[in-house]
Design a protein around this ligand. Structure first.
Ligand SMILES: [Zn+2]
Length: 66
């Protein structure tokens, strides 16, 4: 299991989300689930983002700990 942390700091104080997953695919699915509430609440503009764009946004800036 690896630990993945993604920090959102777009227009607010940094907010971190951490999940544990076996691989990157699983991690991105879990992080999208984990951040859904936050995005719905604070990032109305991101709601139109396609799943592909959202994945790219998360995987480009996450931190992975083995
Ligand atoms: Zn945010």
């Amino acid at each position: 299991m690896a630990k993945y942390t993604w920090t959102c700091e777009q227009g607010h104080e940094p907010k971190s989300f951490t999940v544990e997953a076996e691989n990157d695919d699983e991690a991105v699915e879990k992080l999208m689930e984990e951040t859904k509430g936050h995005v719905d609440e604070d990032h109305k503009d991101m709601e139109d983002m396609s799943p592909e764009e959202a994945k790219k946004m998360i995987t480009s800036s996450w931190k992975k700990e083995e």
